[in-house]
Design a protein around this ligand. Structure first.
Ligand SMILES: [Zn+2]
Length: 396
């Protein structure tokens, strides 16, 4: 059977109704980051009902063990991983609902809808007769969404050998092939002075002004951001520093004790995350010295920068599947957010983020196109068949 025919057969076994039922089951289980066990348990049960052996490795997070299942081909070969997180951001729970052609509810876009498509793809490959060689490795986990998680469970799973030779990630990004993305850190700065809060006219001479120090920091960071505008990558964009929150004071004529600022720092591929962190710490130390304040810094690296190796075989297999299912290959473009692909990139594993047309991530109005979820399942199924077959033919 030709690659084309095998891909067509697997994609043809995608069942829209089954996909929707899987998605609704995942969305119906509330799973804010850190407590994603209900959604992971739901996935584990439905895979067992489908006859799969399910493993639940903790990955350092016993409160919500991950879900791991495999579809093995007849012969050994390359392993294609379908990876995703089942945790959602900490917002009020929205139950699943079908609204016209859209699936709605917590995680519909980010990324229970996409994970349901990946699961459906694995079922479709099985229903089409399975893989001649190679395997599909399905991995779902918690601790994705910052600032409640930083990918530490996935990191632990990868470190203990639960990883494929290449990865597909059904996060909601479908219009281009993401080939590069920036690394990201979150920072939180608290500037403090000695002494109690006092009336403005009662303040002792020479006390440092925390609001003025905060303003200096904003100014310094804006200057840094202007410099970082020169640090660019043709696909990923530019490095940046961003201030998203500033808070100080209780009432208008009280001399405050603390000023808090929060924001992000992003950097293009090729820039070392340690060097970025050291530079930021240096700015904070200098500010504390110059203003006579005490400054507490919380600096948390979220993910490193990402670049896809376009020579990796998964790229051609994925693009061929896109051509077959969508009618055309995707053009390269940026990955605007950080995701699990950045973790895999750090391990030298090629990871392609491709998911449904969807929106409302990190809001109460998440949606995903049901037609597009079905399309993603077809693309994943056709890719898996091609990638598995690669193991048998050394010329490919
Ligand atoms: Zn996500």
């Amino acid at each position: 059977m030709s690659q084309w025919e095998a891909g067509r057969r697997a994609a043809g076994c995608v069942d829209r109704e089954r996909l929707l039922r899987i998605a609704e089951r995942l969305i119906a289980a509330p799973s804010p980051t850190g407590t994603a066990a209900p959604a992971l348990d739901a996935l584990g049960s439905l895979l067992e009902e489908e006859g799969f052996d399910v493993e639940r490795p903790e990955g350092g997070h016993p409160r919500a063990p991950a879900v791991v299942a495999r579809l093995d081909g007849t012969g050994p070969g390359r392993v294609l991983q379908f990876d995703g997180h089942l945790d959602t951001v900490h917002l009020p729970f929205v139950p699943p609902r079908v609204d016209g052609g859209e699936l709605r509810g917590s995680g519909a876009a980010d990324m229970k809808g996409g994970m349901a498509a990946a699961v459906e793809a694995m079922l479709a490959v099985r229903d089409a007769g399975g893989l001649a060689s190679g395997s599909i490795l399905l991995v779902a986990h918690d601790l994705h969404e910052a600032p409640w998680g930083y990918g530490e469970q996935l990191e632990a799973l990868i470190a203990q050998g639960i990883r494929g030779n290449a990865v597909l990630i059904p996060e909601p990004l479908c219009a281009h092939l993401p080939v590069a993305g920036r690394g990201q850190a979150c920072w939180e700065v608290t500037i403090e002075r000695d002494g109690p809060p006092v009336h403005e006219v009662m303040r002792p001479e020479g006390q440092p002004d925390v609001i003025a120090a905060g303003a200096k920091l904003v100014e310094r960071l804006m200057r840094l951001d202007a410099e970082l505008a020169q640090q660019t990558d043709p696909e990923a964009g530019r490095s940046s520093v961003f201030v998203g929150l500033i808070h100080a004071g209780e009432i208008y004529n009280q001399f405050p004790q603390a000023c808090r600022l929060e924001g992000t720092r992003r950097w293009v591929p090729g820039i070392g995350p340690a060097e970025v962190e050291n530079e930021f710490r240096g700015i904070i130390d200098n500010l504390a010295r110059a203003t006579g304040t005490r400054i507490r810094l919380r600096y948390q690296r979220v993910r490193d920068a990402f670049r896809l190796d376009l020579g990796d075989p998964i790229v051609d297999d994925f693009q061929s599947a896109m051509e077959q299912v969508n009618g055309s290959r995707l053009r390269p473009g940026p990955k605007p957010f950080v995701d699990d692909g950045n973790c895999f990139a750090a391990w030298g594993i090629a990871a392609i983020t491709h998911g449904p047309r969807a929106g409302g991530q990190h809001t109460l109005e998440e949606w995903a196109s049901i037609d597009d979820l079905e399309r993603v399942a077809r693309v994943y199924a056709a890719t898996a068949v091609r990638y598995g077959a690669r193991s048998r033919d050394p010329r490919r």
